[in-house]
Write a protein that binds this ligand. Structure first.
Ligand SMILES: Cc1cc2nc3c(=O)[nH]c(=O)nc-3n(C[C@H](O)[C@H](O)[C@H](O)COP(=O)(O)O)c2cc1C
Length: 290
């Protein structure tokens, strides 16, 4: 029987959902599979689980055809994997070119034998005013339809992993070149984008949810004032889940007339389950997180 340990990062819930779905389907096919948020586990602890597993897995959202910074840090911190079989997948709204292959590029130097790679199309989590609003939807019917299609692809991926049939989407020179067209400019502007979050003090109720959810410790609140450290990972958790939409990106906040920002793939999704601080502190109430 395969023993599978899957490690994921998820900003706003899509990759968490895909990881849970994949784990469920792997179990249905007879594997012993478990998913771990990298925000709740150290690379050293993950190294022990990887050693015990027959297959390791890695999942992350695509940011500009690249991996989120915490995923890069996590992989770089892992101990050597000595040819451990592994799969890698990314969740994306539309397109990344070579999103899974980019992750493999970090895993192979660690000794991982990347046999499977896949891209899952998920709802767009970006509803900041720098993108046209019509691209983003918070309509549950449309979101459920996207999840239904993603689930079918996840099922096919699980079947390939369990049967041992190698499959690597986007591991070719054309996809690599297309991915570079987005990744290279993204990496150039990345450090500038890391300091674009701010808080609207008029709207803010000082609940502190954003500071508890932030995976990078970018947001701090000393009881009187908010400060940012310029090390945002761009995950949009604070922006999307602020109960009063007080978080600003590039000095602009979510337009509440457009409805709620993207708050996860399933109704009543609680962002606190993604991170250690959130799990302890959040009690979920529909439409309100604190
Ligand atoms: C900073 C940023 C960059 C993104 N870049 C892309 C992209 O290049 N291609 C794409 O299809 N989706 C892109 N997306 C959308 C996310 O990859 C997608 O919605 C993902 O499923 C979010 O996963 P999460 O909810 O686990 O964070 C981007 C999202 C963010 C926040």
């Amino acid at each position: 029987m395969h023993k599978i340990a899957l490690f994921y990062f998820s900003g706003t819930g899509n990759t968490w959902w895909a990881s849970e779905e994949l784990t469920r389907l792997l179990r249905e096919k007879g594997a012993a599979a478990e998913a771990f948020s990298i925000e709740k586990i150290t690379p050293g602890e993950a190294g022990i689980l990887i050693k015990e597993a027959s297959i390791a897995g890695f999942g992350y959202p695509i940011y500009g055809s690249d991996l989120p910074q915490p995923v890069k840090n996590f992989i770089l911190g892992l101990p050597a994997a000595k040819n451990k079989k592994c799969f890698v997948f990314c969740t994306q709204w539309l397109w990344s070119g070579d999103g899974a292959r980019t992750g493999a590029g970090f895993l192979r130097p660690k000794g991982f034998d990347v046999r499977w790679g896949e891209h899952f199309l998920m709802p767009l989590n970006v509803c900041v005013p720098v993108l046209p609003f019509f691209l983003f939807t918070n309509d549950r019917t449309k979101i459920d339809a996207v999840l239904g299609r993603a689930s079918l692809r996840i099922e096919r991926f699980a079947a390939k992993i369990v049967s041992g049939q190698p499959f690597r989407r986007g591991f070719n020179p054309v996809s690599f070149s297309l991915g570079c067209m987005q990744r290279v400019p993204y990496r150039i502007v990345y450090s500038r984008l890391q300091d674009d979050i701010s808080v609207d003090r008029e709207r803010c109720t000082s609940c502190g949810l954003c500071t508890r959810l932030c995976p990078s410790g970018n947001l701090a609140f000393d009881g009187k004032a908010f400060s940012t450290r310029g090390n945002c990972y761009l995950c949009l958790r604070c922006y999307n889940f602020c109960p009063v939409s007080a978080i600003k990106y590039m000095h602009r906040q979510h337009n509440l007339r457009r409805g709620e920002p993207y708050r996860g793939p399933v109704k009543d999704f609680n962002p606190g389950i993604l991170c250690a601080r959130g799990t302890e502190l959040l009690t979920h109430m529909p439409g309100q997180f604190c």
